[in-house]
Design a protein around this ligand. Structure first.
Ligand code: BGC
Length: 263
């Protein structure tokens, strides 16, 4: 469908699992050249499967190990795309981490870990991408995976909500800085999406029911439904979209408590 993505070079952080893996496979099926970043070796086997799938679909893919919170690693990641495929067209800052901890028990280390990966990681990735785009005088695209919790507070996840809230204004600010160069920067904010990370909690009937109560569409989302939006935001179909957040959440951000018409 998104013909213009064919042959485009896309770097995806956190591509070894979850929504990132779906991103990689979707761009691969669109016959893009995909640089799949991962941090932990436990994702190696799954990534090999993704690479096979991408190659069968006529795309290309390589995998590159890097810690998104380390600038030298991310610079090497972008350089790997340039060395292998000659350029960078699309940067998808997707790597993320979450763990519930009541705020009064949250150590500074736990606070920092989430901020480092989710916010600083996206900053480093976006910075490296912009540098490359300016160097090549290219109208590149940056997409960050954010969350409905860039706007909905989330008890026991103060670090996560802060990282995503920060990511929203970082994206909007960067977009304002670089839109004049034709660089488009946008966020995708998923709600409850079933992946290997969330499978366990959503298969618990009580948690599932409680979550569905917060979703007007009454269904948990699929990673592919998020990936479709990434394809759109990366393609020329969205050529006039700058500095925006697209929520992929079944309506979760739309005050579901009011559904019954009360208030
Ligand atoms: C989190 C999920 C959560 C969803 C809705 C996402 O950002 O990664 O674990 O289910 O928000 O609360």
């Amino acid at each position: 469908m998104f013909e213009d993505l064919k042959g485009k070079v896309v770097v995806i952080t956190g591509a070894g699992s979850g929504i990132g893996k779906a991103f990689a496979e979707s761009f691969g099926k669109a016959q893009a050249k995909v640089v799949m970043n991962y941090r932990s070796d436990r994702h190696l086997e799954a990534m090999e499967q993704s690479i096979n799938l991408i190659e069968e679909a006529g795309g290309q893919a390589i995998k590159v190990q890097a810690d998104v919170s380390v600038e030298a690693d991310v610079n090497k990641l972008v350089q790997a795309a340039v060395d292998e495929y000659g350029t960078l067209d699309i940067m998808l800052n997707n790597a993320g981490y979450e763990k519930p901890i009541p705020t009064h028990e949250m150590s500074v280390e736990e606070w920092n870990k989430v901020i480092d990966i989710n916010l600083t990681g996206a900053f480093i990735g976006a910075k490296a991408a912009v540098k490359q785009f300016l160097k090549e005088d290219k109208k590149g695209v940056i997409i960050n995976t954010s969350s409905v919790h860039d706007t909905i507070p989330w008890p026991n996840y103060a670090n996560y909500a802060a990282s995503k809230g920060g990511l929203k204004l970082m994206m909007e600010t960067m977009s304002m800085e670089y839109a004049q160069h034709g660089i488009r920067i946008n966020n995708i904010s998923p709600g409850a999406i079933v992946t290997e990370h969330t499978k366990e909690k959503f298969s618990d009937p009580k948690t599932r029911e409680e979550t569905l109560e917060m979703i007007p569409a009454k269904e948990i989302g699929e990673a592919d439904q998020v990936a479709n939006v990434a394809l759109f935001l990366a393609s020329d179909f969205s050529s006039y979209i700058h500095g925006t957040t697209i929520y992929v959440d079944g309506g979760m951000t739309n005050y579901p408590a009011f559904m019954g018409g009360k208030g």
